[in-house]
Ligand binder design. Structure first.
Ligand code: GRF
Length: 202
């Protein structure tokens, strides 16, 4: 296969999923992606510190005082100048402008801590418990203009136990996220490269 797909991970906080993506290793084959940039709208995000420790380039700009479109234009410029091909949102707590999403169509993945299409938006674990759901879980999906509504590419269930509160459920789901997201990104990046190579051969 040609070069690895150049991925940027967007974060706003602790960055545990970013870490899982960065530390993902494959036993038999080369990995299909490499993380070339970790970007954040929160300059003090803990995940940026973790990324730097791993030797990954970081970029940050506070969104405060900037309108969404202006911020996203700067983000877009940073991604393009680093020749990013695919974006992985990992706890990126900011809506993307429609212009940004359009410019990266089919090239943004997100991990969401619910069994989409259930419980879009925030506070997912509490809502799953209150709804009496038998399972919580997480989903990796392609980002489209509508929040948490793009095609799901990977999903895993986690049983909700009688003693669960939102925190205990979140903790178990997070462990699954750390396993699911690297695998989903690996597969997506591989398919993206294969589609590009096929298009070139035509
Ligand atoms: C995760 O639960 C993820 O599903 C959600 O935000 C949280 C981010 O956690 N989108 P982390 O920053 O990756 O530790």
């Amino acid at each position: 296969m040609a070069d690895k797909v150049r991925v940027a991970v967007l974060i706003s906080g602790r960055g545990s999923n970013m870490l899982a993506l960065a530390e993902h290793r494959r036993r038999d084959h080369d990995r299909s992606y490499e993380i070339v940039l970790v970007a954040s709208n929160v300059p003090e995000a803990r995940g940026l510190v973790l990324a730097r420790r791993l030797g990954i380039k970081t970029w940050s700009l506070s969104h405060k005082g900037l309108d969404r479109r202006a911020f996203d234009e700067q983000l877009d410029a940073a991604l393009r100048s680093n020749e990013v091909e695919l974006i992985a949102l990992a706890g990126y707590m900011r809506l993307l402008s429609p212009e940004f999403v359009e410019g990266w169509e089919g090239r943004i993945l997100n991990i969401h801590p619910s069994l989409l299409p259930l419980h879009k938006g925030l506070d997912t674990h509490r809502r799953a418990i209150v709804a009496g759901d038998e399972f919580g879980g997480c989903s990796v999906h392609v980002v489209t203009a509508d929040l948490d509504s793009g095609p799901v590419v990977a999903q895993e269930r986690v049983r909700i136990l009688p003693r669960d509160d939102a925190d205990s459920l979140a903790e178990r789901v997070l462990e699954v996220e750390h396993r699911l997201y690297p695998k989903a990104l690996e597969d997506y990046a591989r398919a993206l490269r294969a589609a590009e190579e096929e298009a070139q051969d035509e």
